[in-house]
Design a binder for this molecule. Structure first.
Ligand SMILES: Cc1cc2nc3c(=O)[nH]c(=O)nc-3n(C[C@H](O)[C@H](O)[C@H](O)COP(=O)(O)OP(=O)(O)OC[C@H]3O[C@@H](n4cnc5c(N)ncnc54)[C@H](O)[C@@H]3O)c2cc1C
Length: 446
């Protein structure tokens, strides 16, 4: 492959991280984004999910810091809050309250702040020690198809007319990706797809944290206990002295977007603590809903043939039910995989990378779909015996983790995508989980 010019389509997180990696391998990198990027850390239409709670797990933050040294400092300077986990949180799991061990840290911030900070750092890569070229950004431009050279890809077509030639095109256009149609135009079959849809909907709004508010916790996370209950609520601090409150319900028990319904829904969570916190707090925004949350995987790695000069990553390849907070971290893991695959000059980079994309998503996919298959209403092939056995074991892991520091640490590592789900079957964890034979009753608020 020539390494003159790479084009990334889509300027959300997957695209920004890919562009950063490509500056180390190509003479020129162009990022095409349909929106215009705001100069400030504010919402833009192409990332509608940015109005909802976004948790960036440890692994994702570490990888982003690796790609953009100084990112954490930028976020903290802009007001991101550091919380200890679970020490600073009241966390109601499906098996009761989690003991407040001090195991790891999370930075909490709004999604627009993260995107703004990453964009600011990307703008600086060419001149600030990144070693590669600057990324040229084409804003307000929509890619409408691929430029074909035989069965291979030689660039992208633009809605504004004309085309951009490239040695590599990266599709990072999110769930709405048109890659299957673009590939079909080049003569490739549609990729096999897997859909696991828990029919889950979010409703979110920002509140001002009341002055002097100090109940002994900084964040709340109240999970559903499927199939008995379907509602989850999160209340997390964000820059600017705000809380973001995201309520979600599976099985069409969607978080409501009207004032009364929102508060009633919060009251219906498994603990009243979140409702009591927001009841008298000052709302700063209207309530916004979001329902496009199915786990959706396009198995490009299984196609019998694949064009040179084209790859797909991020939500365009695999999107998750967002409630488990995995998409941004998986995008970061895939960006690192892109770097590794490009270091190998052997032919067949594109197929190697699609296999790595699939592997990068597999642990998160197992976690998200395993949980979602607990809901009776989830639309998917029914859970097989393997999933049911794993879920029964995971129930025991969660119950044990609530009171056992060692197991809690292992479970957090898996949720944070720092360890593979298989690590929950290590002898040390297995021994502690099997010793804890009784699922404890839901304890009172700690
Ligand atoms: C409600 C909700 C909550 C979430 N919470 C979390 C969380 O807590 N933690 C977490 O890790 N992840 C979370 N996610 C997932 C996270 O938002 C995504 O994984 C992340 O944005 C990466 O997605 P992406 O870059 O692949 O695609 P997207 O974010 O969807 O971005 C696609 C981009 O491509 C642009 N685009 C689309 N088509 C074109 C085109 N033809 N030409 C040019 N540009 C185009 C769009 O304008 C957009 O900028 C959540 C998602 C949702 C829906």
């Amino acid at each position: 492959m020539n390494r003159d010019h790479a084009v990334v389509v889509g300027g959300s997180l997957a695209g920004l991280l890919a562009a950063r990696v490509l500056t180390g391998h190509f003479d020129r990198v162009t990022l095409i984004e349909r929106d215009r990027f705001p100069a400030e850390a504010v919402f833009r239409p192409g990332v509608p999910q940015a109005r909802h709670l976004h948790v960036l797990w440890t692994r994702g933050l570490e990888l982003m810091e690796h790609l953009f040294p100084g990112l954490e400092d930028t976020l903290i300077t802009a007001g991101a809050e550091e919380i200890r986990v679970p020490a600073d949180a009241l966390w109601l799991t499906s098996s009761g309250w989690r003991a407040r061990f001090d195991l790891t840290r999370l930075l909490t911030f709004s999604r627009p702040l993260l995107d703004w900070a990453v964009r600011a750092r990307l703008g600086g890569t060419g001149n600030s020690g990144g070693g590669g070229p600057s990324v040229e950004v084409l804003e307000g431009q929509e890619a409408t198809g691929l430029v074909a050279r035989g069965h291979d890809v030689a660039g992208v077509e633009l809605r504004s007319g004309g085309a951009l030639e490239a040695d590599l095109v990266v599709d990072a256009t999110g769930r709405g990706s048109r890659a299957p149609a673009w590939l079909a135009a080049l003569g490739y079959p549609a990729p096999p797809e897997t859909l696991v849809d828990p029919l889950l909907g979010y409703a979110s709004r920002y509140y001002a944290i009341p002055p002097g508010f100090d109940p002994g916790w900084k964040a709340l996370y109240l999970q559903a206990d499927p199939p008995a209950t379907r509602r989850t609520g999160g209340l997390f601090p964000q820059e600017g002295g705000r809380w973001i409150c995201s309520l979600s319900g599976a099985g069409r028990d969607y978080g409501p977007t009207d004032e009364e319904g929102f508060l009633e829904f919060a009251k219906g969570l498994r603990s009243p603590v979140l409702y009591e916190a927001i009841r008298d707090a000052e709302p700063l925004t209207p309530i916004t809903g979001f329902r496009r949350t199915a786990n959706h995987r396009r198995h490009y790695e299984r196609l019998p043939a694949w064009p040179r000069g084209f790859v797909v990553m991020g939500n365009a390849a695999c999107a998750f039910n967002p409630i488990y907070g995995q998409g941004m971290s998986v995008a970061a893991i895939s960006a690192l995989a892109l770097d590794r695959c490009l270091r190998d000059a052997a032919a067949g980079f594109e197929r190697r990378f699609q296999r790595r994309v699939a592997r990068s998503a597999s642990g998160a996919w197992l976690i998200a779909t395993g949980e979602d298959l607990r809901y009776r209403e989830t639309e998917a092939a029914p859970a097989g015996l393997r999933t049911r056995l794993i879920n029964a074991y995971v129930d025991r892991v969660v119950a044990t983790a609530n009171a056992d520091r060692r197991v809690c640490s292992s479970l957090l590592d898996v949720l944070a995508l720092s360890s593979a789900p298989a690590s929950l079957f290590s002898p040390a964890v297995l021994a502690r989980v099997t010793a804890n034979r009784i699922r404890p009753p839901v304890p009172r608020l700690p």
